[in-house]
Design a protein around this ligand. Structure first.
Ligand code: NAD
Length: 406
């Protein structure tokens, strides 16, 4: 899916053959076996990956996913999308991503710590504050980033907070990072709603996925009515609006939304097809497909997740012409922007206030939105194609300018 998107964008901007494959393919990857000592004394070996797609525009950077369905191909695609995203919003990074084939909910806290530390131990010679800087993604969180930072710091013999972002604030995390992806997405949604002249008071929002990004997206949409939320255990609908503090309290104690009694249960499929102003996929890839794209009843599709819409679904949405799609590389860029701020703060040992962080975040998102809208109008591209062509062109330009080491 990521490769086909690249091919289409490269064709659209007539990217010269000499630079295409250099821009397209990942630079390098590492696959590792990770033995984890279980609480009962046994040992389980799980498989992990790290893909660095582009090291030409700065250190590589990307999340670490702990999920039972992780594959090397998926991690490669996610790394590729990260490259376009950084480039689109003007951050001096190349794309990367990592993953481990594991269901973290089946591990105890101690086992999860062993796995996280072991993953970092295996990466020590592959990454670094000026080579590659990981961050959280699906199934990982602040605490895991803290363990990883501690493992790396012990290895190099001094504290090295800039090795990962998304850490707890007590050890060098940035103000505002926890909410950055959700807040950034919600900020862009508000801007597109204003362009469409739809007031927030008349806006309804359905959110697929109630994890790091989904939670914060819901919170950042105050003023609009959140009518549906879901996680992998089920979906819940309330036409009057879901009481968010109740839902958040519920998942804090129960871990999942299963049996949530603050709304009517519906299926995950029904949530995606609900009549709402804004649909926010905030879970995994490929949930908007050629099977449901024609049935979507939203006005705005805000891709908080990476790769939620298949290429076939994209075509249907383009042809419909009545859905404003905010593509993932723009919509969820808030997380990487504040991750970049965290890295800068760590390298300089100078820390910013939450207001400074959010003001700078929104300023960068404004510039990126304007650039995408201009590209879209200039070439009559879809918004996704506009965003991807901008990102891809900048990476290709950097590679061409640096030249090719023989
Ligand atoms: P997370 O693990 O915190 O949450 C994922 C949520 O999706 C969970 O609530 C899970 O139950 C739910 N889910 C899984 N399968 C589902 C299904 N079939 N139907 C409904 N819900 C389902 O992960 P996250 O960090 O919130 O990441 C979510 C998405 O956002 C991913 O695509 C990720 O790559 C992207 N993203 C994350 C960040 C970040 O900083 N964490 C930044 C940018 C983009």
């Amino acid at each position: 899916m990521a490769c086909r998107q690249f091919d289409k964008a490269a064709d659209a901007i007539s990217l010269p053959e000499a630079i295409r494959d250099r821009t397209k393919y990942p630079r390098r990857c590492l696959a590792v076996s990770l033995p984890v000592k279980r609480d009962d004394g046994s040992v389980t070996v799980v498989e992990g990956y790290r893909v660095q797609h582009n090291l030409s525009t700065g250190p590589a950077k990307g999340g670490i996913r702990f999920h039972e369905h992780v594959t090397l191909g998926e991690i490669g695609a996610l790394a590729m999308w990260m490259s376009w995203k950084y480039s689109l919003v003007g951050l001096p990074y190349g794309g990367a991503k990592g993953g481990v084939i594991v269901d973290p909910s089946k591990l105890s806290e101690t086992e999860l710590e062993h796995l996280s530390r072991r993953y970092m131990q295996e990466m020590v010679n592959f990454i670094g504050p000026h080579t590659e800087v990981p961050a959280p993604d699906v199934g990982t969180n602040e605490k895991i980033m803290g363990w990883m930072m501690d493992t790396y710091s012990n290895h190099v013999g001094h504290i090295s907070p800039a090795i990962v972002t998304g850490k707890p604030i007590a050890i060098g995390g940035s103000q505002g990072l926890r909410e950055a992806t959700g807040a950034g997405g919600a900020y862009l949604v508000k801007k597109y709603l204003a362009d469409l002249k739809i007031p927030l008071s008349k806006t309804t929002v359905a959110i697929e996925g109630f994890g790091n990004v989904g939670n914060e997206t819901a919170l950042a949409h105050y003023g609009a009515k959140i009518i549906a939320i879901s996680d992998y255990t089920g979906a819940f609908y309330n036409a009057e609006g879901i009481d968010l503090s109740r839902a958040l309290k519920y998942v804090r104690y129960q871990k999942v939304l299963r049996d949530f009694d603050g709304a009517e249960p519906i299926t995950n499929k029904q949530l995606l097809e609900l009549k709402c102003t804004v649909l926010v996929p905030a879970a995994l890839e490929r949930v908007i497909t050629d099977k449901n794209a024609a049935k979507l009843k939203c006005r705005v599709l805000a891709e908080a997740a990476n790769g939620p819409t298949t290429n076939a679904a994209d075509k249907i949405i383009d042809a419909r012409g009545n859905i404003e799609l905010i593509p993932d590389v723009l919509c969820n860029a808030g997380g990487v922007i504040v991750s970049y701020f965290e890295w800068l703060q760590n390298l300089s040992n100078f820390y910013w206030s939450r207001d400074e962080v959010l003001t700078k975040l929104f300023g960068i998102l404004d510039q990126a939105k304007d650039a995408v809208d201009t590209q879209q109008k200039k070439f009559q591209f879809s918004r996704r194609l506009a965003a991807l062509t901008l990102g891809i062109q900048r990476v290709a330009d950097a590679k061409a300018t640096r030249g090719l080491f023989p």
